[in-house]
Every structure is written in structure tokens, then in C-alpha cells.
Design a protein around this ligand. Structure first.
Ligand code: BES
Ligand code: MN
Ligand code: MN
Length: 461
């Protein structure tokens, strides 16, 4: 090792250009997990990452085949019998890129513009998972050891349900046993304002298929005498929630754990600029349950949204048709202690009750994930706060995130593991949208923060 390099932090600092170049190669692989024609790319991304892990000095690296996309495991377990073990999770799969015409540069030809690296997966989650591989590498290359034991479990199905990892966890409790899980798949508030996410929403994703006549009909000959599945679907959707954002499914709110006044106070301290947040969304105005603050509505309240509607004629020009079928994809974001299976059943029951007898409505559950909250006073949270403060120069704020990371609830349930969500994304990263990007200074600071976290956590334990 170059004797001018004295510490892991120094090593990471001096290798920034290499780290960025490597991340760019990782981002060139279009590992879109939900689209079957990209399966080979997903496998290629797994192999690429496995090699990067081995090159970093991580041991026992395995590409684990599943019914769908491979899982990656690796570890380094020589920190000594008293040292704690950190289980680092991330995902190497990415979201689809459509609408492609809205991208300013090719989603899989990463480019840096104004300190942002533009590519699908840059922030969610390839850039963030790579942070930890580089942090571990810095320790192993400079010191030949880590202050803690480390295990990695990295999946390729997070963006499309995560079934393989859900099955793997309960069957491999010993392999994955650890003291804490560490996940970078969330964001901070601003480049100079780090944030620890202590809660995630859960998910209940439903598919609704509405069938009317046996085939598409002439809307003049049959319109007025036969119900239209798209209209029927619209009526059902209109009854799912009111104008104020309140979900109308009976029992939906029964298990929602009320927010304590302490927590409302904590959340009210978030320095969120609502106008900036609205400008980022680009919508005409804010919306939602008026009895809750914006921060509460997007992190700590359950919601229901239609993600997509399919049906009828959408090609150029008009076509006078009364379609045979209509479909909707509907997701509900859940909070503790809502049970995803129970919510799915309530949804099904209610929709069947309000569905008109003039159409047939079939409902299926696509995927579910439990919500999670973590006590923000545990040692690992303190270690994360100290690491953020040292690298970003500012104490982190605490917040709940509206998105879902299904594995966090599963770590709690099957491994008894709490998760520290130490993210490095920004609200403007456009994850799942065109022109996804990662703020390059946050990539470098992320590596430094991970290096600090492992040291701080070893000291706390
Ligand atoms: N990284 C996100 C979760 C997230 C979203 C964190 C927004 C912070 C802000 C994750 O990759 C994701 O997109 N999760 C899906 C899960 C779903 C497919 C079960 C989500 O939240 O839609
Ligand atoms: Mn993610
Ligand atoms: Mn995502």
C-alpha cells in the first residue's frame, strides 16, 4: 500500500475518481428486474457486483441463484469474538426507464452534469449500495481489517416484489445473523442536512380486472344498453377515497397506530421547505388530508393511489368502441400496525360490494410489504448520527419515509434485526422518474460516512 495513505478515509478520498468510474460501469448494465427481457442484464449486474466485492477484499462472495434474479452474499468476519456484526443490504436492480423520450441523456450511458451523475439506478440503489463496498475496501486495503464483522446481502428484485429474498431470509437465519442491519436506499433532506429515516411505509399492491361484454363492441349499436368496463372501473375507483385524501374502505384505519404528541413534535421540527418540495413535484398545489401536516401525510399516514389504468382504444385518432375489459393497478401505502394481508382482504370485500352487477370484477394481490419503525435511541442510530455529523458537518434530523423497503420489516420479523437507514439520496434525485441522478459529492461523502459508521458502531458496542 502507498505509504502516503494513512487511513481508510484518506484512501477513499484519494480514489474518488476511480470510484466514480467504477460506478459508471455498474450503471451501464440495464438491470431492470420487472421486465423479463432484461433478465440476462440483471444476471450480468449480479456478476459484475460479485467481482467488485471480491476485488474489495470481501470474502465468501456467492451469487445465489433463485427462481428469478440472483442474490449476492459476501462477508468479512475476522473482527474478533466481541465485535458486533453489521448486515449491509442493498439492491442492484433498477426501475424501468419509460418514458424514454423525457431523458436528456441515455439512462444507461451515465454522464456527470453540474455535479450530478445521471443514470437509471444512480441513486436507487446502485450508487448507494456501492458506497458500502468502497468503504469496506478502504479498510481492508489500508488496515487489512475492519472494526466490525460485516455481511452483505444484495438483491436483484427489490423493484419488483422481492419474493426471492423474502423466501431466503427465513431459510437462512444463521447465515444472515447480525447485530444490526445497515441500508442506504433512502435520502437526506438537502446536501447540507443529513437525515436518519426511522420509519418506512408498507405496501399492499392490488390488480383489478373488470370484464364486461365478451368482445369489444360498436359503441353506437351497444352503448346505452351494455355497461362499459372502463366507466364501471372509474366508478369503483371514485369510491375508494374522498376529495380530502381519506380512504373509504371500511376498517382501513382501524389498526393505524396514532401518532404520539412527542412524535408529531419531532416531525414538526423537520426543516422542510414546502414550496421547494412542491416545485420539485411540479404540481399546481399541495393536496391531502388537511388535518395532518405535509410531513405526516407523506411519511406517517396510509394512502391509496392508482398507479395505472389499462383499457380501450388509446391509438391515434378516434375509434368508437365499447371495450370488453379494463384494468387498474392500485397500491396502498401502509403504516404500523396495518396488516398488509388484512388490508388486501378489506379492499377485496369493499370493491366486490360496490362493484355493479353489470360487470365482472376480479381482484388479485400483486405484492405486499409491512411498514416499519425503529427506535431512534439505539446505539447503531447514535453511531449513524455521529458519522453523519462528522462528514456533513451537521447533526441529522429524524424523519419517516413514505417509500417502502420490504426487507426492513422482514429483518425485524425473521432475524430480530433493527435497521439503520443511512441514506445519501436527495429529494431531487428523481428516483423511478426520467433523468434519475445521484449527487456526486454525496457519493463520496457516503463512502466517508460508511467508514465513520463502522468505527463509531464498534465503539458504541
Ligand atoms: N429506495 C426505494 C424506497 C424509497 C422510496 C426510499 C422513496 C426513499 C424514498 C425502493 O427502491 C423502492 O422504490 N421501493 C418500492 C417498493 C415496492 C416495489 C414494494 C416502493 O417504495 O415503491
Ligand atoms: Mn431502492
Ligand atoms: Mn426504487
Amino acid at each position: 500500500m502507498n505509504n502516503l495513505i494513512s487511513t481508510p478515509a484518506d484512501f477513499a478520498q484519494k480514489n474518488q475518481a476511480n470510484h466514480l468510474a467504477e460506478l459508471i460501469r455498474f450503471l451501464q448494465i440495464p438491470s431492470i428486474s420487472t421486465q423479463p427481457d432484461h433478465a440476462a442484464d440483471v444476471a450480468a449486474a449480479a456478476d459484475w457486483l460479485a467481482k467488485a466485492m471480491r476485488d474489495a477484499g470481501i470474502e465468501n462472495v456467492r451469487v445465489i441463484e433463485t427462481n428469478r434474479h440472483p442474490l449476492l452474499y459476501g462477508d468479512w468476519l475476522h473482527a474478533g469474538p466481541d465485535a458486533p456484526t453489521v448486515l449491509i443490504y442493498g439492491h442492484y436492480d433498477v426501475q424501468p426507464v419509460d418514458p424514454l423520450d423525457l431523458w436528456e441523456s441515455d439512462p444507461f450511458e451515465p454522464v456527470v452534469r453540474d455535479d450530478y451523475l445521471y443514470a437509471r439506478g444512480a441513486s436507487d440503489d446502485k450508487g448507494q449500495v456501492y458506497v458500502h463496498i468502497k468503504a469496506v475496501e478502504a479498510y481492508l486495503k489500508v488496515n487489512g481489517r475492519l472494526p466490525v464483522n460485516v455481511k452483505f446481502i444484495i438483491e436483484g428484485e427489490e423493484e419488483s416484489g422481492g419474493e426471492s429474498l423474502s423466501a431466503f431470509i427465513p431459510a437462512n437465519k444463521e447465515l444472515l445473523a447480525a447485530d444490526i442491519a445497515l441500508v442506504s436506499d433512502t435520502g437526506i433532506l438537502a446536501p447540507d442536512q443529513p437525515a436518519i429515516v426511522y420509519g418506512l411505509r408498507g405496501m399492499c399492491y392490488m390488480l383489478m380486472d373488470v370484464t364486461g361484454p365478451a368482445r369489444d363492441l360498436h359503441s353506437g349499436s351497444f352503448g346505452g344498453g351494455i355497461d362499459n368496463p372502463i366507466n364501471a372501473l372509474s366508478h369503483i375507483i371514485a369510491r375508494l377515497k374522498d376529495e380530502n385524501g381519506h380512504v373509504l374502505i371500511p376498517g382501513f384505519y382501524d389498526r393505524v397506530r396514532p401518532l404520539s404528541s412527542d412524535e408529531r413534535e419531532l416531525l414538526s421540527q423537520l426543516p422542510r421547505d414546502e414550496n421547494k418540495w412542491l416545485a420539485e413535484a411540479g404540481a399546481p398545489q399541495l393536496w391531502g388530508e388537511s388535518e395532518f401536516t405535509l410531513t405526516e401525510r407523506i411519511g406517517a399516514r396510509p394512502t391509496l393511489d392508482v398507479n395505472g389504468i389499462i383499457g380501450g382504444y388509446t391509438g391515434p385518432g378516434g375509434k368508437t368502441v365499447l371495450p370488453a375489459k379494463a384494468h387498474a393497478k392500485i397500491s396502498m401505502r401502509l403504516v404500523p400496525d396495518q396488516d398488509p394481508q388484512e388490508i388486501a382482504a378489506l379492499f377485496q370485500k369493499y370493491v366486490q360490494e360496490i362493484a355493479p352487477p353489470t360487470v365482472k370484477v376480479e381482484i388479485s394481490v400483486m405484492h405486499t410489504a409491512p411498514a416499519s419503525v425503529t427506535d431512534y435511541s439505539i446505539p447503531a442510530m447514535k453511531a449513524a448520527a455521529a458519522a453523519y455529523e462528522q462528514v456533513f458537518g451537521k447533526r441529522p434530523v429524524y424523519m419517516r419515509e413514505g417509500g417502502s423497503i420490504p426487507v426492513v420489516g422482514e429483518f425485524q420479523t425473521y432475524l430480530g434485526l433493527e435497521t439503520v437507514l443511512m441514506g445519501f439520496g436527495l429529494p431531487g434525485d428523481r428516483i423511478h422518474s426520467p433523468n434519475e441522478r445521484f449527487y456526486v459529492p454525496n457519493f463520496y461523502k457516503g463512502i466517508q460516512t460508511s467508514i465513520r459508521f463502522l468505527e463509531e458502531y464498534a465503539e458504541q458496542m
